[in-house]
Structure formats: structure tokens, C-alpha cells
Ligand binder design. Structure first.
Ligand code: SF4
Length: 302
């Protein structure tokens, strides 16, 4: 059983509300939020460069405690301040701006992302001597991809879809990485196409690929399948901006057609639960546990 169960009874029905025990923040996000809370408790204020997590309600909660989310324009104009870097990581330029402007950085970059950054930097250095290309499978505007590309002096080729593969020169070495939150099957497909095109070369050149997708993300899919099938109705809770949320919700829907996407309790519709016994509640790696519990309590009231 992959869940915590509340048995809820009222005059006319008895239903079970199960919160997926594998849902909630990933360790990287937990670490960033704990760090933010620690500094907010100490000082009552803290700047955060970019949204700390792709979940509006969690950002709102932290902003009520004194956190201020800023963009790059505001960051460039700051001086003598303290700024939190979220789990997605930053490009080297951010550290340089902080150094020049006497900004104290509280670096909450996830350890897994730091590792990928190091590997990308090494591959980029190697590419300087053998004309190798660093290729990153990911979303060009995603902060983690921007941070990874920053390790290459912004020279990486970013591949979001198969058409983007035209940008690669197959006569030169290729070193492939992935944004940590991409889908494994799509990464494998990209890898196969590149390998195939490299094989068509008459001169053999090096092709290295490293699957840098985070296990916290890839392991959720099989667990989510079990949870979606175990329940009559599935409530998927996520911020609307979370790409991980959109992808995982589509997975849920394919396993259980009574799956509904909500960002907060106000979006629940009591008619979804009529004549159903087992209600499952789950979410993305950016969905806080308190929100899942709030949704469970709301359903209890129907
Ligand atoms: S998804 Fe993985 S790599 Fe990304 S922040 Fe979470 S734990 Fe770190």
C-alpha cells in the first residue's frame, strides 16, 4: 500500500482518502525551503532569486514569512544584501555579480544539480581541445538548463525536441546530458537518434552520453501507476507552471481516467467523488505536503 489513509464517514457514505506517501517535495526542494525558513526565522527577511519552487501557494506562504522573490533585473541592482539561490542552480555570472555587489549568497543548489554542473563544465573544457559539443536535453528557459549552459560559457546546444537535433555537427565529438527533470524515454530516444547519425559518419568521432535525470523524478512514474490504479478517483495537486506536474498528471490520467488536476482546494468539485470509495491524493515534486493534507480535509467535508 503506497499511502497514508484517512477513513472518512458521514451520514450517507463512507470513503477513504489516501495521500500518496511518495508525493511531496523532492529532497532538493526540501533543503531549499528549510534553508529559507532558517534565515527567515533569524532575520524576518530574505531575497530569493527566482521562484523557490513552482508552486504559487508555497511561494505565497514563504512570502508571508518575509521572503521576497526577485528577478535578475532586480538582482543586478542589489547591493549589500542576502540572497537565496534555489535548488535549480545558477550560472557562474550570478556568483560574479554577487561578489562585485557585496551580496551574500545563501546557496541552496541541489547536490545532484551541482554534480551535473561539474560534469558539464568538464565536458565543455574537453571540447575546447577537440572541438567537442556539449548537448543538453532540456527546456531552454528552464532555470536549471540556464545554470548548466552557464558552465559552458553559453555554448551548449539545447535540445528540447527532435527537430532541434539539426543544430548538432555530427562530424565533431558530442557529449550529451539531460536536465534532471526530463522524461527518461524521451532522453533515450534523443540518445538513439544522435548515436545513429554519428554511426553514419565515415570518420569515427566520440559520442558520450550521460543520463543525468534525477531518480527522484524517474522513480515516481512506476509508483504513481500503482497508486493511480489503487484508487477510484485521483486528485493531482500541482502548480500550473510545473512541467513535472503536467507530465505526472498526464501519466495519472492514462492509468486512471477519473484523475483531476487542481492547484488548490477551491478547484475541487464535489461531484467528482459521488459513488466512489477510494480517493487518492498525489502531486508533483514541487507540491508541499501541507497542501495535500489541506485538500484531504476539504474532501472530508463534502
Ligand atoms: S528533482 Fe532531483 S535534482 Fe531536482 S532538485 Fe529535486 S532532488 Fe534535486
Amino acid at each position: 500500500m503506497n499511502s497514508l489513509t484517512f477513513v472518512i464517514r458521514n451520514a450517507c457514505s463512507s470513503m477513504k482518502v489516501n495521500i500518496d506517501k511518495h508525493s511531496g517535495f523532492c529532497p532538493g526542494v526540501v533543503q531549499a525551503i528549510n534553508t529559507a525558513e532558517k534565515y527567515l526565522k533569524m532575520d524576518g527577511q530574505l531575497y530569493c532569486l527566482g521562484e523557490i519552487v513552482h508552486n504559487e501557494l508555497e511561494v505565497e506562504r514563504l512570502e508571508k514569512l518575509g521572503m521576497k522573490t526577485i528577478g535578475y533585473d532586480e538582482f543586478m541592482g542589489l547591493k549589500n544584501a542576502r540572497v537565496l539561490l534555489r535548488s535549480h542552480g545558477e550560472a557562474p555570472e550570478t556568483y560574479e555579480v554577487a561578489r562585485q555587489n557585496n551580496i551574500e549568497l545563501i546557496d541552496a543548489t541541489c547536490g545532484i544539480v551541482i554534480n551535473v554542473q561539474k560534469k558539464v563544465r568538464k565536458a565543455s573544457e574537453k571540447g575546447r581541445s577537440d572541438e567537442g559539443q556539449v548537448v543538453i536535453f532540456g527546456k531552454p528557459k528552464h532555470p536549471e538548463v540556464i545554470s548548466l549552459n552557464g558552465q559552458t560559457g553559453r555554448s551548449a546546444i539545447i535540445i528540447e525536441k527532435e527537430e532541434d537535433l539539426e543544430q548538432i555537427d555530427y562530424q565533431k565529438p558530442v557529449r550529451l546530458f539531460s536536465q534532471t527533470t526530463m522524461q527518461t524515454e524521451k532522453f533515450e530516444r534523443i540518445r538513439e537518434i544522435i548515436a545513429q547519425r554519428m554511426k553514419e559518419n565515415k570518420d569515427m568521432v566520440e559520442f558520450e552520453s550521460l543520463n543525468t535525470i534525477c531518480k527522484q523524478v524517474s522513480n515516481r512514474v512506476p509508483r504513481l501507476e500503482d497508486f493511480a490504479r489503487e484508487n477510484d478517483v485521483l486528485i493531482f495537486v500541482s502548480g500550473k507552471q510545473s512541467s513535472n506536474g503536467k507530465f505526472l498528471f498526464e501519466m495519472c490520467k492514462s492509468f486512471n481516467e477519473n484523475s483531476y488536476f487542481v492547484s488548490g482546494k477551491n478547484e475541487l468539485d464535489p461531484s467528482w467523488f459521488e459513488r466512489h470509495m477510494n480517493i487518492g491524493i498525489t502531486g508533483a515534486t514541487s507540491t508541499p505536503e501541507w497542501l495535500l493534507e489541506e485538500i484531504a480535509q476539504e474532501i472530508k467535508g463534502f
